[in-house]
Unconditional design. Structure first.
Lengths: 166, 166
DNA sequence: TCCTCAAGGATATTATATATCCGCAATCGC
DNA sequence: GCGATTGCGGATATATAATATCCTTGAGGA
């Protein structure tokens, strides 16, 4: 079980967009150039963010993307679920329905969303713990961490690059 | 991001094996019949459990699998990691290395296992929360839940089926 | 000796992830 | 207006992984 590349890209792009001056945009091409990833494929991830209402796309020259709401109101979970989907990491396929001991009446005890089976309950709790943790961190938290983590020179030149391309 | 079918099968099989009388075995064929899944493919999952030291396979007629240690010392995490691998759900591909503002010296600030980047740190914490939750539940906990969840008739017939096939 | 079983390797099949391309409509600068 | 640019969605190709099967080997019991 592994998260795919576009999730990482989307998180990095959101970090860039969160550092953008108000009202400014950045097009897919520049976001792709900055990260060295294929422009067309990155576009799909950004579209997903747009459909989820996390970013807004503006058409035409000088267009591009910007955050759709304040960066302290966008969490890691928002980004991950926008790109990866909200489906649970564990889906019970109800293999118990093939149990030779199961009578027709007992089929009601099968796993459902409302009444998950014993195994699904545990797996769903773990999934929830994962999401809860991602929900606790916002893009503002990420920016603050980057400011202390990154070398000051890189931080400054990065910001200059962003300003020059937005 | 989604767990694959064999993980679910392995958990169900472990529940069966945990209910086995001491010293008894159950062959792959019966485990596959009970759950209605392909025998050959289920065998791969059971092999993974065997390599992880969770179950022991015995050769020859009347052979099969049994737990390698007490069911209260086998957790959901053990089973999931045996089948799915222990790799983190998020792997940082270090797309920052393509950053046009990055100097050669600053390349040392890239993401490593020892010094993960800001994004990887958050994602790894979430991964850890997920695993911590899975580690808290053992096969004994699962059996107890099943005893209260399942209809008593199904529970009894299931046990009879298990005793007859081990 | 013969049959059964786990184990592992090899391989085929299917699904998904990755990546690209095209047409469309909206938007901006000229 | 007009042409260039951009996000958006659909369609499609390719690469990789998941799923499933087959076969051989060696161990063990009847």
């Amino acid at each position: 079980m592994q998260l795919r590349g576009p999730v990482e890209w989307a998180l990095h792009c959101c970090a860039i967009l969160a550092g953008l001056a108000p009202g400014r945009h950045m097009p897919t091409r520049d976001l792709a150039d900055f990260h060295g990833v294929p422009k067309e494929y990155l576009g799909k991830a950004l579209q997903a963010l747009s459909q989820a209402g996390l970013v807004e796309g503006t058409l035409g020259p000088s267009g591009g993307y910007r955050l759709a709401r304040a960066p302290d109101r966008i969490t890691f979970l928002d980004v991950v679920e926008a790109v990866e989907g909200k489906a649970n990491t564990f889906v019970c396929t109800n293999i118990r329905r093939n149990n030779p001991c199961l009578t027709a009446g007992e089929a009601r005890s099968l796993c459902t969303d409302a009444k998950p089976c014993a195994i699904a309950r545990v797996m769903w709790e773990a999934d929830r713990a994962w999401r809860d943790r991602l929900r606790k961190v916002s893009l503002v938290d990420l920016l603050k961490t980057l400011e202390t983590d990154l070398p000051s020179g890189l931080l400054r030149r990065g910001q200059e690059w962003i300003d020059a391309h937005s």
